[in-house]
Design a protein around this ligand. Structure first.
Ligand code: MRU
Length: 359
């Protein structure tokens, strides 16, 4: 899919010889559109840890492609040796970032292919791994389209939408999740005003969301994170749309740090707050948000990164959680590819997994 020159299926792909993964290096945006080749386990780990590839679904897709490529490099003749090495790489890659459920989910899917086909020759297993990673990517495209369609029912032409971090095509494939309705609506000739939080400290909102929306010709206004309240108070925001990294069985949601603050402010002003994500972002093993592990990152991201000189004393302590948990009571709906879950989430989320149509 190509919206105004931006190729949405090209963020993550296999190289033509299917031996390595090619990604858009998201750390270089918006100034340079550069591609990065992943050929080794260390490069895959670092690409995820350093956010060259980021966004929960994108991390999952990249890891699936990556482990397929790395599996081709395993020089084992016997299944047991092959599987031991595969598992070692899987565990290593999974440890790169702990919060987004899609990483472990995609790697587990790939590992299941290896386990379920243990009787087959290794060459055949590699063929099945290739099919599986391509399927994970294709399913994500379909899920994004469906999420965008459900999400579009929540807004009307001319509405203002506030978003935090980046849950667009770069973070997924196709339309993205939280930004999906905006891209889809734009294709249908609708107009929206989008307020993009810059999203301290790594600026995914400024660098990526503003870039994607602007490229697609959608009216986007960049704000600092601490300006969310004033734009809501001004009456400019009809709804808040955000993505998710892991949703607990009760609807508590982990997303980029600062998301829960947006939800608290939206509640105060009576503005609906929607979380968008594929069902692969729901973790039924987490009963509540308290079960979700929050990634802690380096102080340098707060004090130095993106600044010409350090902005705080070298000795000062920093607390740098990459995500926070939005309490389910602040969430008006969770938009998935299967439909929109409404409170009480324990019931509506459980029903999603029973394939019920009515939520
Ligand atoms: O640290 P990041 O940039 O990977 O965090 C990303 C987010 O929080 C996104 O909102 C989330 O992964 C959803 S992407 C569709």
């Amino acid at each position: 899919m190509d919206i105004n020159g931006f190729t949405h299926t090209d963020n993550i792909r296999l190289s033509d010889d299917r031996k390595h993964v090619v990604i858009v290096d998201q750390t270089k945006l918006p100034n340079r559109l550069e591609y990065f080749n992943i050929e080794t386990p260390r490069q895959l780990f670092d690409a995820i840890y350093e956010l060259k590839v980021r966004g929960a679904p994108a991390i999952g897709i990249c890891a699936a492609y990556g482990i397929f490529c790395l599996a081709q490099q395993i020089s084992a003749e016997k299944y047991d040796e092959f599987y031991e090495e595969f598992k070692r790489i899987r565990v290593y890659i999974e440890s790169s970032r702990p919060t987004a459920v899609n990483l472990g989910w995609a790697l587990k899917r790939m590992e299941s292919v290896v386990i379920e086909n243990r009787e087959k020759p290794i060459g055949k297993i590699l063929g099945l791994l290739e099919k599986e990673c391509l399927a994970i990517h294709e399913e994500d495209m379909a899920m994004c389209k469906s999420i965008a369609e459900h999400g579009l029912s929540l807004i009307k032409d001319g509405d203002g939408v506030l978003t935090h971090c980046n849950a667009g095509p770069l973070a997924t494939s196709c339309y993205g999740t939280a930004l999906g309705p905006l891209f889809l609506g734009r294709e249908k000739g609708m107009r929206f005003r989008v307020y993009a939080d810059e999203t301290r400290p790594l600026l995914q909102g400024a660098r990526l969301t503003a870039y994607e929306l602007d490229k697609a010709g959608i009216d986007v206004t960049l704000i600092c994170d601490n300006m969310a309240s004033i734009v809501m108070k001004n009456g400019w925001v009809n709804a808040c749309f955000v993505g998710c990294d892991r949703v607990a069985a009760n609807g508590d949601t982990a997303n980029k740090i600062g998301t829960s603050g947006v939800a608290v402010i939206a509640k105060y002003y009576g503005i609906p707050f929607y979380v968008f994500g594929p069902t692969s972002s729901i973790d039924m093993n987490c009963q509540t948000g308290a079960d979700i592990k929050i990634e802690l990152r380096e102080p340098g991201e707060i004090k130095e990164k993106f600044f010409k000189e350090p902005i705080a004393p070298e000795s000062v302590k920093c607390y740098n959680p990459a995500f926070d948990i939005t309490d389910n009571s602040l969430i008006s709906g969770i938009v998935t590819e299967k439909g929109i879950c409404r409170p009480p989430y324990t019931k509506s989320i459980a029903e999603l997994f029973c394939n019920k149509r009515e939520l």
